[in-house]
Write a protein that binds this ligand. Structure first.
Ligand SMILES: [Zn+2]
Length: 67
């Protein structure tokens, strides 16, 4: 009783997926926070792009222009 109802569930750490800690919100630890910060500073922060599905014709690096 008297407990605050959480409208939003805790989000997992965006880096490793572990439950985030309030101290390092939204990360689970200072390490993950540093990793995220480093990505921003390094300009390498990128949202996972859509990976191109490997075609069935694996093993043919040369493009067949005649097709
Ligand atoms: Zn983490």
């Amino acid at each position: 009783m008297g407990e605050t109802i959480r409208l939003r569930p805790r989000r997992p750490c965006p880096i490793c997926g572990k439950p985030s800690q309030q101290r390092y919100h939204p990360f689970c630890s200072s390490r993950c926070a540093d990793i995220d910060l480093g990505r921003w500073l390094g300009g390498n922060y990128a949202i996972p792009a859509e990976e191109t599905e490997t075609p069935e014709g694996v093993g043919q690096p040369e493009k067949d222009e005649d097709s």
